[in-house]
Design a protein around this ligand. Structure first.
Ligand code: URA
Length: 230
């Protein structure tokens, strides 16, 4: 929310007072004096007037998990373990998953409490590639790469997928890079050729690569540098 709105929502300041506070540069957000009324205040921002803290700002949290097979990409499930069960962190209900994976898909999963950050990673408009290693039941022919690059029509959503890149690594193994995350997208793309995906592993989301020091089920906090790169 805009800083002027944040301040005038407090019972102690009216709009005129807020304008003055800003003009007099008495407001700081994360330690920096702010005079622009449009300056954004988030739940993570520390907001002060003079030396008084009006909002402490809660910590933004970012984790990279190596998702194992057999767990659900959801915050709760009545039957199966969820990826959040693998995290030993306070207030797990405040966390969400940036880009779900199917029950048996393995690999990079990003978990955070920062909705803006996760949207940047997952929205097709930002065009960040999601890279998967794919193993199939049948051979992958050269035709696949051409079809995936042109886009595939998904009748259910009534859309054509964005161009995707396929690199053949073996007769039944490939690396696929897509910029969307439609429901079961990779399986449906190979399903177009009646070729079943029998192994799926996410290696990368945008600039973030799964850390090979993480065994399936393990996780770590992202570094400041990794967080900033998204
Ligand atoms: N596409 C799929 O079909 N499944 C996944 O888990 C991820 C992408």
């Amino acid at each position: 929310m805009r800083v002027d709105r944040f301040l005038s929502n407090l019972p102690r300041f009216n709009r005129q007072q807020v304008r003055l506070l800003l003009v007099e540069r008495r407001v700081t957000v994360d330690g920096v004096a702010v005079s622009d009324p449009h300056h954004e205040v988030r739940e993570f921002s520390c907001v002060c007037v003079d030396d008084e803290v009006l909002q402490v700002g809660k910590p933004a949290r970012y984790f990279m998990l190596h998702k194992p097979q057999g767990c659900v990409s959801a915050t709760a499930d009545p039957v199966h373990p969820t990826v959040l069960d693998l995290l030993d962190e306070p207030d797990p209900s405040e966390l969400h998953i940036a880009g779900r994976l199917d029950f048996n898909t393995t690999g990079l999963m990003l978990i955070t409490n920062d909705g803006q950050w996760s949207r940047r990673l997952t929205q097709p408009q930002t065009k960040l590639p999601k890279v998967y290693l794919v193993q199939t039941e049948q051979d992958i022919t050269p035709e696949y790469a051409v079809t995936f690059a042109a886009g595939l029509y998904f009748a259910f959503e009534d859309l054509t997928t964005q161009p995707a890149e396929l690199e053949l690594l073996g007769p039944r193994t490939a690396r696929l890079s897509i910029i969307e995350g439609r429901y079961h997208q990779v399986k449906r793309m190979f399903g177009h050729f009646d070729n079943k995906v029998i192994g799926l592993h996410r290696e990368r989301m945008g600039p973030l690569v799964l850390d090979d020091a993480l065994a399936p089920g393990e996780y770590r906090a992202l570094t400041d540098n990794e967080i900033r790169r998204v």
